[in-house]
Every structure is written in C-alpha cells, then in structure tokens.
Design a protein around this ligand. Structure first.
Ligand code: ADP
Ligand code: MG
Ligand code: MG
Length: 209
C-alpha cells in the first residue's frame, strides 16, 4: 500500500463511521463538562472534508494538509475546529522541507502539535485533546527513530492514545469550557481527548489494512 493522500477518501469515511458509532458516548462527555456540541463540530468538519475528498486525494501530503486545514477552519466553529485547523496548517508548514516518510512525518507531526499548544495556550495535563496528541507525537517520534515497522508503530500509538484518554479522567481542567467547572471537572474523561483517540485508532486501522 502506498501512503499517499489517495487514501484520503477512505480515511475520511473511516473517521465519519467511527465518530458516528461513538456519537452518543462523546456527546455525554462534552455535556458533562462542556456544552455538548463536540460531536456536531467534528461531524461538520468531517463532512466538509468528505465533500472535498476527491480534490484532496490527488495532492501531495503538504498540499493535502494545507487544504485540510483551510477546509476545517472554514467549516467548524468551537475550540476543536480552530485547533485541528491549526494542526493541519502547521503540519503543511513543517512538512514542506521534509521527505514525508515515517521519520519525516513524525518530525512534522511533533512540530504541528507544538503549534496546537501555542494556539490554545495549553500544555499536557490540562485535560484536553493535547493529553492524547502530545504523547502520541512523542511515541511516534521514538518508535520511528527505533526503526519499528509500521504495524508495530500503529499498535503502540493506539495504546498510548488510549492511556492518554484515561489519564484525563482525574485531571483538573484548566483550559476550555471544562475549566469553568473547576474541581467538578474531575472524574470525567475529556471529550476532545476521546475523539482524538478515536480518530487515531480509526486511521491506524485503515493504514494497517
Ligand atoms: P467548544 O469547547 O468550543 O464547545 P468543542 O466542544 O468542539 O468546542 O471542543 C472541546 C474540546 O476542545 C475539549 O474537550 C478539549 O479537548 C479541546 N480544547 C478546548 N480548549 C483547548 C485548548 N486551549 N487547547 C487544547 N485543546 C482544547
Ligand atoms: Mg463543546
Ligand atoms: Mg461549543
């Protein structure tokens, strides 16, 4: 299998299906400590990407990431929309001077996650999607540097993502809407961390086929 944006339509369909399958669960999470719209926001973004999938498929990765970022930016409101738009636009920027193999991608992805941290003025441990994205980016870099196979890397990333979600449960939210609840944010998993994990796992399943 060639890892090019020709996979994009299949990847988007997998994300749409996986978010739909977990919609109720994620909505409950965002209702508990947010405003309940996280699934709606994500689905808007995914639907817009689905509509542009045939334009994105023939591009190279850098052009594809730029287009993905701009599409998400235009389509989605909410914190998650601007943060995912930032992730992909930053991925395009940092991927520009790299060969996009696993190692080049791991460097670019780590830089893109740094851009998300800057955009949201947030760090690991604040009960957000970053509690999945940061450990996954670090594990990807380490696994790629260790020369692991794609299948081994993907399995490891799925495990790290699941651990990241679970870690948000006992965190105090200090960013985003959940921070308004203070101590009452504890005891709930963060919705954005959960969907980051779901999307990473769905992407891994497509790439492992
Ligand atoms: P909104 O909070 O505007 O309604 P969403 O519900 O779509 O937007 O997204 C909420 C998710 O966004 C949270 O669960 C959290 O994971 C993530 N989030 C919120 N603020 C930040 C931030 N400053 N940095 C990183 N992620 C954040
Ligand atoms: Mg919300
Ligand atoms: Mg909202």
């Amino acid at each position: 299998m060639s890892l090019t944006p020709s996979l994009f339509p299949e990847l988007i369909q997998a994300l749409i299906d996986d978010i739909a399958a977990h919609a109720e669960e994620v909505t409950e999470l965002d209702q508990a400590i947010g405003d309940g719209d996280h699934v709606f926001n994500l689905q808007r973004g995914l639907q817009a990407l689905h509509e542009h999938a045939s334009e994105i498929a023939p591009l190279d990765w850098v052009a594809a990431w730029q287009k993905i970022g701009m599409t998400v930016m235009a389509a989605v409101g909410g914190a998650s929309g601007s943060l995912y738009a930032t992730l992909f636009i930053a991925l395009a920027k940092s991927g520009r001077d790299k060969v996009i193999d696993i190692s080049g991608f791991s460097d670019a992805f780590l830089q893109a996650v740094e851009a998300v941290k800057l955009r949201g003025k947030a760090e690991v441990g604040e009960k957000t999607m970053l509690d999945v994205l940061v450990p996954v980016a670090l594990a990807l870099r380490d696994e790629a540097a260790a020369g692991k196979s794609l299948a081994e890397i993907l399995d490891r990333l799925c495990q790290v993502a699941a651990d990241g979600v679970e870690a948000t449960r006992d965190m105090l939210a200090t960013k985003g809407r959940a921070s308004f609840l203070g101590e009452r944010s504890k005891g709930h998993i963060d919705a954005g961390a959960k969907t980051a994990q779901l999307m990473i796992t769905a992407i891994a399943a497509v790439l492992k086929k």
